[in-house]
Design a protein around this ligand. Sequence first.
Ligand code: BGC
Length: 417
Amino acid sequence: MRRIAKFAAGTALATLVAGAVHAQENSVEVLHWWTSGGEAAALNVLKENLEEQGIAWNDMPVAGGAGTNAMTVLRARVTSGDAPTAVQMLGFDIKEWADLGVVANLNDLAGEEGWAEVVPDALQEFSKYDGQWIAAPVNVHSTNWLWINGEAFDAYGGEEPQNLEELYAMLDAFKEQGLVPLAHGGQPWQDATLWENVVLSVGGIDFYRDAVINLDEEALSSDTMREVFDNMTRLAGYFDENFSGRDWNLASAMVIEGDAGAQQMGDWAKGEFLRADMTPGEDFVCMRFPGTQGDVLFNSDQFVMFEVGEASRDAQLAMASAVMDPGFQVAFNTVKGSVPARTDIEDTEFDACGKKGMAELAEAAENDALAGSLAHGHAQPSSVQEAFFDVITQHLNGQLSTDEALDRLPQAIAAAQ
Ligand code: BGC
């Protein structure tokens, strides 16, 4: 309900936004949730690029992974007729804001720069609305990764676990090494990120599509789904007792500092490891979450441009153009942990994890093994996503048994639609 209400006042919003003329010439105000060390370092690449072009950057950070808080703040800004120039946004949220008629049209620029030829279809699905370009995709992230402390991994024997049973064996070994086996941040979006990895591992890509994308009732209450929830309970047994509410980057820090063995997280976690001067393959291991090799759950950060009036239009277009620039996409994504949102970029500048990410994304797209991340807004609209989050988090915190979760999930989803 919370997030459905966010989009309720469509027409009123459009009127208010049309009147907003606060933006200064040659400056952009950018709302985003990139507040961790690695994220801020990546954002700086964009800031500096624009500043070199004489465009001032007004920063509007809203802390909170996956953007849940950012979307709430955005609603308040747009409602008061003061939309930012550009907003970091994910998948279905883009569609929902576009529905309200408050976003700017980027068609001319996109046409001149040939975006349609280089942006993968899976992203264009969200960058365009009614055939019009409304957003510039800056990256492709994927959520089905496991990050492992290098020393702990070597001490374990250096064999990558290939399935959940092998993962449990490695986590048991980490426990014996005196580590927190699995660093986790208990926030609904992080719980759901882990859950979607487990769905993919236990059921495979077709089951993920049936349950999470097509919301097939049988899949949602199947024995496979029971296995998913049982595995969630088992994984929770490897968390430390302070996991509740922890930010994702603090969970990454536990792995970086050698207090924890591993973290399941999207590849923005790599930005934290790089910030700590760690080298992939030596100080840390990046691998696909066990049992999900060959499949990719993706999400893409896009900058949605809002209607802000003529005064800031040039700066806004310059920002969209900078975001889509091939050189910028390399400079940004090598720091952020993601891979480019364009298909025409070589992997030369990327580290081993980045090269792996780029190759696997291309292969998954070719093999029909690519699907949108639920936790990061690329599988369902926010109302349905919230319904999943509620059940997943309550189950992980022991407030729902597996039987209850299996009952509740299809009901909650039906009610949210
Ligand atoms: C975004 C990433 C971000 C992560 C954690 C994801 O939804 O796509 O860019 O780093 O959330 O904040």
